[in-house]
Design a binder for this molecule. Structure first.
Ligand code: B12
Length: 206
């Protein structure tokens, strides 16, 4: 199963990959193993995007394929059997409604084994604080594509720290870089999903 499904996902054969995954599960295949293969395939899609071999359309499709397979695999996983790397609260900060990149990153970080609590777009500072209080994540992810969002990322991180949360924060989106990371007080930044996943793993393992 491994190589066949891996290739179908990496080559963006959406329907075939889904049919293959369904059949595998119907025949009693191991759902965890299935998701592990998806994870490896998503890593490869991310790598190809980083190398410029794949474009946004492939990233989007890769995310879609993964979400569809995850939806059929989840009911087959026993309670607590899925190995979790950690929990992430993820949202696009106040004043910013862009969510395409956030959703792609979400698919990748879920594929890597994180449980993600997605709190949406244009998320006010208080809502981030409430979500962290409620879900006690290991890491917080903030997405932002517009200049105005730099200020709200900063105030959101300040609000989290003022509320006493030391949870590491990773920021992402087209406009972030090392200077923005320092300005807003985040712990890491990424402008692509694959490196975002790598850095998220490092932050929760630290
Ligand atoms: C699509 C788009 C829109 C769509 C959004 C649809 C949607 N559902 O998201 C629509 C048309 C609604 C829109 C609206 C606006 N937009 Co717009 N939009 C874009 C556009 C063309 C593409 C953005 C995109 O989806 N990129 C693709 C994704 C995949 O990339 P990404 O977000 O960077 O995500 C990747 C990584 O960054 C990372 N990532 C993303 N999030 C996270 C989070 C974490 C934690 C991590 C680790 C990683 C990570 O992973 C992703 C995959 O690799 C950009 C131009 C551009 N080149 O970016 C302008 C752009 C972002 N928009 C812009 C503007 C100005 C606006 C508007 C204000 C326009 C207006 N006057 O109304 C409004 C915004 C309103 C608001 N309050 O937010 C400007 C921002 C300029 C600025 N400096 O502020 C841009 C740059 C266009 C431009 N050149 O002027 N927009």
């Amino acid at each position: 199963m491994d190589k066949k499904l891996y290739d179908l996902i990496v080559e963006m054969e959406e329907q075939d990959a889904l049919d293959y995954a369904k059949k595998y599960l119907e025949d009693g295949g191991d759902a965890q193993k299935l998701l592990d293969v998806c994870r490896d395939a998503m890593d490869e899609v991310g790598n190809r995007f980083e190398k410029g071999e794949y474009f946004l359309s492939e990233l989007l499709l890769g995310g879609e394929i993964f979400q569809s397979i995850m939806a059929i695999a989840l009911p087959h996983l026993g309670e607590g059997s899925q190995q979790k790397l950690g929990k992430m609260v993820l949202g696009t900060v106040r004043e910013d409604i862009h969510d395409i990149g956030k959703d792609i990153f979400k698919a990748f970080v879920e594929a890597a084994g994180f449980e993600v609590v997605d709190i949406g777009v244009d998320v006010p500072e208080e809502k981030f604080v409430e979500a962290v209080k409620e879900h006690q994540p290991d890491i917080v992810g903030m997405s932002c594509l517009i200049t105005a969002g730099m200020v709200t990322m900063k105030s959101t991180i300040e609000a989290l720290r003022d509320a006493g949360f030391k949870t590491p924060v990773i920021i992402g989106g087209g406009r972030v870089d090392e200077d923005v990371k320092v300005y807003v007080g985040a712990d890491a930044w990424a402008d692509d999903a694959a490196s975002g996943v790598r850095l998220s793993k490092e932050l929760v393992e630290a």
